[in-house]
Every structure is written in structure tokens, then in C-alpha cells.
Design a protein around this ligand. Structure first.
Ligand code: 6PG
Length: 478
């Protein structure tokens, strides 16, 4: 055996990760792909990597030193199961199989439980950063046993991105079995929210503010020098500045306005519903992609419209208002995402460290942002923080921007420009901050039609009113 680490699945993500591994001191990388042509191409294109190629799983296993460590980078689902069972056949107790795809975390829990009796470690790991990240340094979210992390940790640390603030590698052992894939799933939910919020900001600047895509590119580039500094804001400026070489029109105007998705955002929302964690901003972001992808409904409803609201006359502060609305809505998206992470930890018995998770998202991943330092600080100040919105720093920042946020949401509504994530985020913030919610009325309705009972503000116990009788109240239990 000559290699200390192997990669199975050599599509773009897999081959970039293999090249990243090979570029680090001390690594020799075994590579295997189901169709051997891909393996041969990769080895021929990158002689500098010194890959050890195999054309069978048995040869691949034989090329790895013990404990064998292999990272699978194939499509989530059936393809992943197929590769895992081949590796389990060829590997021995103590070896480590890592699934680096975007697996559903419950699949990871199942696979880990199935494989554990063989003595082989199964580690589901989130890897974020797209193709570029895989090659130059992703953010890595491994689950699995603490024991497997002893071998795997140093290898992952060698290839992970490094936070600009302190050079710390963007990887940490998240928790056992499916914890890594769970946290990667929520990362993607937050990614959806970040992207949708940015898209709404663009839409308002363009269709209410009257700015051109090139001007909005400049606005985003400017925002990227302040508290919104992040990878997604940075690339948004680039996309908006781009001109279509065929027509000379802004690139954003020649792209069909239907957003695709591969499922991780939907999983985040499904899981949040199951956990009872409201992630309304994230959910609106997922739904907005869904709405965009139903052109038949959009054209049918659009055809019924005879006049649209006039864009509102906007104040001089409009651009700054939108920036503040974006920032506050972004705080909500992270507050909701971290709520879901902590709820998942409680449900599945993982000891999740929100501050450590915020830190490994500071570089390498798609949602990397300066802002994540502040989240890490918030959890450091108060490890049992019940909501990011209750943290002193974020509470103050959001309160200071709340007038602007309201003006933007109101302007969007009056102008007929959809801003579902901005509005849902503001409604969430207001719901958490008003004295009383109309949930009391819902309790009354529930008690009326189904004797579902209610609690009183002034007395202990559980009560029911005889709605169809004399409307007297009875105490049902203590
Ligand atoms: C990442 C990304 C990545 C994801 C894409 C596509 O962290 O590198 O989250 O894992 O596959 O962003 O997601 P959608 O196709 O669902 O937009």
C-alpha cells in the first residue's frame, strides 16, 4: 500500500478534492471511479498530483495503508449506497469510510448504524465551497465517532479553508453519526435564505429604486466593504456586472427567472417542521424558488392583472434602508438556522457547539461572511443563548435598523414587488418582540370547536369553556 487517503468518485467535486489532498505535504492519494476512463483522464491531466489510480475497488483498497481512509464523492442516494457496500466488503475493522456528498442526515444515521457492527467507521461529512472550495479549501463538517476523527481530523484540517481572522482551519468534529450532514443541511437552508434576501434587495433596488444592474453591482461591491461582507454579496456584484456577450444585455436579463434546487433547502424546512422550529425566512426562500419555477401559474395569474401598482417614490435613504433590511433579515435567517441546529442536537443527542459551527463557516463555505465572527462571539458570551435576536449585539443592531426594515417591506408591498423573505423575517422579529400574540384567540377557537382547552394568564391549571352550553368555565386539570 502506498496511499494514506483515497477518493472514490471523480466528477468535479471528487477530483478537485483529490487534487487538494494531493497538494498537501505528506499525502499520497488513491483514486477510483466507476468508469475507469475518468480515472485515467484525471491521472493524465494532473501528473503533479502523483495519484495512485485503481480500476477495481479491491485494488483501491489494497493501495491504501491502514487504517484505510476513503472519501466518497458520488451522488447522494442509491449511488452512495452502492459504493458504500463495495467499500465495506473490501475494508477491515478500524478503516474509515467518509461520505462527502450532500446526503440526507437520516440516511447517514442509518448507514452508520448498519456499518458499525463491522468495526468500520462510517463518517458522513458536509463539505461546502463548491468546486473552487473543494480544490483550494472547503469548510468541512464531519460527523461520525470521535475516534475516527483522530485519524481523519488532521487530514481534513490540512485541506480545509483557513479563517482570515486567526488562520484556524474550517473543520471541527460536529458530533456523532449524522450530525455533520445535519449541520451541512442547515448551512444550505441558510444559503437559500441569504441568496433570496440578496435577490429581493436587488429586485427592490432595480424595480423601486430604478437602478441599473451595473449600478446595483456597484452598490453590492460597496456593501461588501462593510458589515455585509460575504462571498455571496461579492459574487452578486460580479453576476450583476456581467454583460451577455451575445446580446449585449445585462446577463441577469437573459437568464430564465426560474431558480433550480437539488433538495437540501427543502430538507431543512421539512426537518424544521418536524422539530417544531419556525424557520420562516428560510422556508420563504425555498418557496420562492418553487414559485419561480411554476411559469404556468405565473402567466395565468399575470394575465388576469390589468394594472400594477406604481413604484413608490423612494426617499434618499432608500439604498441604505435596503442595506439595513438585508442585514436584519440575514440576522433572522441565522437565528432561525441556529435554532434548528440546536433543536436537532437535542432531538438526536448530539453535543453541538454553535460557536464552533459559526467559526468553521467563516471561510471556505458558500455562506462565508465576516458576520460569522459576531455569531461565534455571541455564543461565546452566552453559551445558552435562546435566540441570536436576544444577544445584546444583534438586538441592538436589528433595533437600530428596524425603521428602515419596515419602510422597505412597506414600500415593497405598496409597489407590488414581492419580498417574501424580507417580510417573513420582519414578521418573525415582530412576533418575538410584541407583548401578546393573537395565539390566545386561536386557543379560544380550538377550545370552541374541539374542547382542546387553554391556560389562563391569571390562574394555574388547564381550562375549558362550555361553548355550546351556558359558557361556564371548568378547570380540567392542574
Ligand atoms: C455548498 C453548496 C452545495 C450545493 C449547491 C447547490 O455548500 O458548497 O451548498 O453543497 O450543492 O449550492 O444547491 P442547490 O442546487 O440546491 O441550489
Amino acid at each position: 500500500p502506498t496511499a494514506n487517503i483515497g477518493v472514490v468518485g471523480l466528477a468535479v467535486m471528487g477530483s478537485n478534492l483529490a487534487r487538494n489532498l494531493a497538494s498537501r505535504e505528506g499525502n499520497t492519494v488513491a483514486v477510483y471511479n466507476r468508469s475507469p476512463g475518468r480515472t485515467r483522464d484525471l491521472v493524465a491531466e494532473h501528473p503533479e498530483a502523483g495519484f495512485v489510480p485503481s480500476e477495481s475497488v479491491a485494488d483501491f483498497a489494497a493501495s491504501l495503508s491502514r487504517p484505510r481512509t476513503a472519501i466518497i464523492m458520488v451522488q447522494a442516494g442509491a449511488a452512495t449506497d452502492a459504493v458504500i457496500s463495495q467499500l465495506v466488503e473490501a475494508f477491515e475493522p478500524g478503516d474509515i469510510i467518509v461520505d462527502g456528498g450532500n446526503a440526507l442526515f437520516t440516511d447517514t444515521i442509518r448507514r452508520e448504524a448498519d456499518i458499525r457492527p463491522t468495526g468500520i467507521h462510517f463518517v458522513g461529512t458536509g463539505i461546502s465551497g463548491g468546486e473552487e472550495g473543494a480544490l483550494n479549501g472547503p469548510s468541512i463538517m464531519p460527523g461520525g465517532t470521535a475516534e475516527s476523527y483522530e485519524t481523519l481530523g488532521p487530514i481534513l484540517e490540512s485541506i480545509a479553508a483557513r479563517a482570515p481572522e486567526d488562520g484556524a482551519p474550517c473543520v471541527t468534529h460536529i458530533g456523532t453519526d449524522g450530525a455533520g450532514h445535519f449541520v451541512k443541511m442547515v448551512h444550505n437552508g441558510i444559503e437559500y435564505a441569504d441568496m433570496q434576501l440578496i435577490a429581493e434587495a436587488y429586485d427592490l433596488l432595480r424595480n423601486v429604486g430604478g437602478y441599473t444592474p451595473a449600478q446595483i453591482a456597484d452598490i453590492f461591491a460597496e456593501w461588501n466593504t462593510g458589515e455585509l461582507e460575504s462571498y455571496l454579496i461579492e459574487i452578486t456584484a460580479e453576476v450583476l456586472r456581467h454583460v451577455d456577450p451575445v446580446t449585449g444585455a445585462p446577463f441577469v436579463d437573459v437568464v430564465v427567472d426560474q431558480a433550480g434546487q437539488k433538495g437540501t433547502g427543502t430538507w431543512t424546512v421539512q426537518q424544521a417542521l418536524a422539530l417544531g422550529t419556525p424557520v420562516s425566512g428560510i422556508a420563504e426562500a425555498v418557496f420562492a424558488r418553487g414559485v419561480s419555477s411554476h411559469p404556468e401559474q405565473r402567466s395565468a395569474v399575470g394575465a388576469t392583472i390589468t394594472s400594477r401598482p406604481q413604484p413608490q417614490v423612494v426617499p434618499d435613504t432608500f439604498v441604505e434602508d435596503v442595506r439595513r433590511a438585508l442585514y436584519s433579515s440575514k440576522v433572522v435567517a441565522y437565528a432561525q438556522g441556529f435554532d434548528e441546529i440546536l433543536a436537532g442536537g437535542r432531538e438526536y443527542g448530539w453535543q453541538l457547539d454553535p460557536g464552533a459551527i459559526a467559526k468553521i463557516w467563516r471561510a471556505g463555505c458558500i455562506i462565508r461572511a465576516r458576520f460569522l465572527n459576531l455569531i461565534a462571539d455571541a455564543y461565546e458570551r452566552q453559551p445558552d443563548l435562546v435566540s441570536l435576536l436576544a444577544d445584546d449585539f444583534f438586538a441592538k443592531a436589528v433595533a437600530e435598523g428596524s425603521d428602515a426594515w419596515r419602510r422597505v417591506v412597506a414600500t415593497a408591498a405598496l409597489s407590488g414587488v414581492p419580498a417574501p423573505a424580507f417580510s417573513a423575517s420582519l414578521a418573525y422579529y415582530d412576533s418575538l418582540s410584541v407583548d401578546r400574540l393573537p395565539a390566545a384567540l386561536i386557543q379560544g377557537q380550538r377550545d370552541f370547536f374541539g374542547a382542546h382547552t387553554y391556560r389562563r394568564v391569571d390562574l394555574p391549571g388547564v381550562f375549558h369553556t362550555e361553548w355550546s352550553g351556558d359558557r361556564s368555565e371548568t378547570k380540567v386539570s392542574d
